[in-house]
Each structure stands twice: as structure tokens, then as C-alpha cells.
Design a protein around this ligand. Structure first.
Ligand SMILES: *[C@@H]1O[C@H](CO)[C@@H](O)[C@H](O)[C@H]1NC(C)=O
Ligand SMILES: *[C@@H]1O[C@H](CO)[C@@H](O)[C@H](O)[C@H]1NC(C)=O
Ligand SMILES: *[C@@H]1O[C@H](CO)[C@@H](O)[C@H](O)[C@H]1NC(C)=O
Length: 269
């Protein structure tokens, strides 16, 4: 049955191609016997981490039921088909249910300050000029959390506004494990304070679910979010990317009232 449908579609394509003497069809279209059948039968979307020539690098983790969120189980089934072609509907139509701090995501000031939340400092209030622009990707020492001493040792120049910190979390592939792992590397309070006091950084990116080390979860977030000028992008996919300067583009969903959102981030060389 399925083969028949494929064949029908294929014949239709082929005959329309052949019957057209139009320049709109490239020459040779449908020339190869069986090419059409083969292509349709194997129809698969291409999934890329790096685009042609490497000039676009996707640093977003794909969502799956195993995407970590801070529980033992990951986010679970996050897509539900409300209408399904398999069940006779004219189209597939799914509903999405994702915790806003799961996978690659961004925090708004309202995440850790209740009065900011009440005042409306939500995802829609984040500055797109901060989320887009030149960014530095740096490797940090693998044997420490992100303390003031570590931050100082990185010698991040004044004027740098966006930094993505690659840590032991990437080497340990923590984002690929559904169980939340509290031993991840993140900012200690003094490391966060050092950045705020001594650099011009307005966007902090990190390779696990939280910029703050688990033992300093609240204090480090509070230091970063207090001014409402620093944006925290968490759960980035930074493996295999050369350290250096890129153009970063990050776009969250426009979720009014939300203190977090999934975010799509890419680097351009
Ligand atoms: C979704 O749509 C495709 C056709 O585009 C159909 O083949 C498939 O069975 C549908 N999936 C489900 C789960 O209904
Ligand atoms: C299709 O309908 C059957 C029977 O009602 C149901 O068990 C199944 O979950 C439905 N599948 C989808 C993809 O909606
Ligand atoms: C970082 O801190 C966590 C606790 O938040 C700890 O479990 C982990 O071992 C520390 N990592 C390193 C590399 O020191």
C-alpha cells in the first residue's frame, strides 16, 4: 500500500517534469531511472550541528524526552499529537509541553527575584541587543568551580560583553544525561561577583542547566540577576567548537510572564 502511494506520487512528479518544456525545471530532472522512487522512499530531513563550511554552528541541544531539567527523569514526552493523520485527521497537530528551564534555555530576572517577577521582568523584557552580537568562547580550568580566582585568571578584556564558558560539564556530556547531576561546574558567588565588578559582561553562557554551582545556586543567580542587565544562557552545546570570537545569535520565545524560556543559539564564524 505504502509502496503504491510512493509510486503514484513519483509518477506524477515525473510526468509533470517530462511534460514540461519549461526552463523552470532543471535539465536532467528525473533522468536517473528509479531516482525519484529512491528519494521519496528515503525521505529524511537533514540534521546539522555545523552548516556548510562551518560558518554556522548550532550550539543548542535538541529537545528529546531525555532532555535534563533538574529531575531524575528528564522532561519526558513533551509532544502530544492532538490530531493525527494515522487516525484519520487531515493533518498532524501537536501540542508542546516543556519546562521553561529545561535544555538550552535563558533566565529572566524574575527567576530569582520575586519583585522583578511581579514587576514584569519576564523573557519578553530581555534585550535582544545583548542576546545578539560578538561573543567570546573560553575554556576554563577543569579542576575548579568558577571562583573569583578562576575568573581573574582568564584575563577577559574590558569591553567584552558576551562570554560562553566551556567547562568540565562539556567533557562529562552532562546535558546528554537525563538525570540531574548536582556535581556540575558553575559559578560560585565570589566568581559571579568578580565578573560583575571587573568586566563588562552582559551575557553569561554555560554548558549545563545552571550558571551557578549547586552549592551556591541561589547566591550566584542573585548576584548576576540583580542589575537586570545580565542575561544568563544555560545548557549550551559547546563541544567541538574552537575557543575564540564569534557572532552569537540567541532568540528566546516571546513568552509574556515567563521567567525562563527555551532559546535557540547559534555561533557564526
Ligand atoms: C503525520 O503525518 C504524516 C504525513 O505527513 C503521516 O504519514 C503520519 O502517519 C502522521 N503521524 C501520525 C503519528 O499520525
Ligand atoms: C489513535 O486512536 C487510537 C484509538 O482511539 C488511540 O489509542 C491512539 O492513541 C491514537 N493515536 C494518535 C497518534 O492519536
Ligand atoms: C563544583 O561544585 C560542585 C558542587 O556544587 C561539586 O560537586 C563539584 O565537585 C565541583 N567541581 C569541581 C571541578 O571542583
Amino acid at each position: 500500500m505504502r509502496a503504491l502511494i510512493v509510486l503514484l506520487v513519483c509518477t506524477e512528479l515525473l510526468s509533470s517534469a517530462l511534460s514540461s518544456a519549461d526552463d523552470a525545471y532543471p535539465t536532467g530532472y528525473g533522468d536517473e531511472p528509479g531516482a525519484c522512487l529512491k528519494n521519496i522512499g528515503n525521505l529524511r530531513p537533514e540534521r546539522r550541528e555545523v552548516y556548510e563550511g562551518g560558518e554556522i554552528i548550532d550550539i543548542t541541544h535538541p529537545f528529546t524526552p531525555e532532555t535534563p531539567v533538574g529531575t531524575p527523569d528528564g522532561i519526558g514526552e513533551y509532544l502530544t499529537l492532538l490530531l493525527s493523520m494515522k487516525n484519520g485527521s487531515d493533518y498532524n497537530f501537536s501540542e508542546l509541553k516543556i519546562p521553561v528551564h529545561a535544555g538550552t534555555h535563558v533566565d529572566a530576572p524574575g527567576h530569582m527575584y520575586d519583585h522583578y517577577y511581579d514587576a514584569g521582568f519576564d523573557i519578553d523584557s530581555l534585550d535582544l541587543r545583548v542576546l545578539n552580537g560578538p561573543a567570546l568562547l573560553v575554556d576554563v580550568p577543569r579542576d575548579k568551580n568558577l571562583t573569583a580566582e578562576v575568573m581573574k585568571s582568564l584575563n577577559i578584556p574590558r569591553g567584552v560583553k558576551r562570554v560562553l564558558f566551556r567547562t568540565l560539564n562539556t567533557d562529562r556530556h552532562l546535558m546528554l544525561k537525563k538525570e540531574f547531576d548536582t556535581s556540575y561546574v558553575g559559578f560560585m558567588k565570589d566568581g559571579a561577583q568578580w565578573l560583575v565588578d571587573n568586566t563588562d559582561i552582559k551575557l553569561v553562557g554555560i554548558d549545563y542547566l545552571s550558571v551557578a554551582a549547586f552549592v551556591d545556586l541561589i547566591p550566584s543567580h542573585l548576584v548576576f540577576l540583580e542589575s537586570r542587565e545580565i542575561i544568563l544562557v544555560e545548557g549550551l552545546k559547546l563541544d567541538g567548537v574552537q575557543p575564540g570570537i564569534y557572532t552569537l545569535h540567541c532568540l528566546p520565545l516571546r513568552l509574556l510572564g515567563a521567567e525562563g524560556s527555551p532559546i535557540r543559539c547559534i555561533l557564526i564564524k
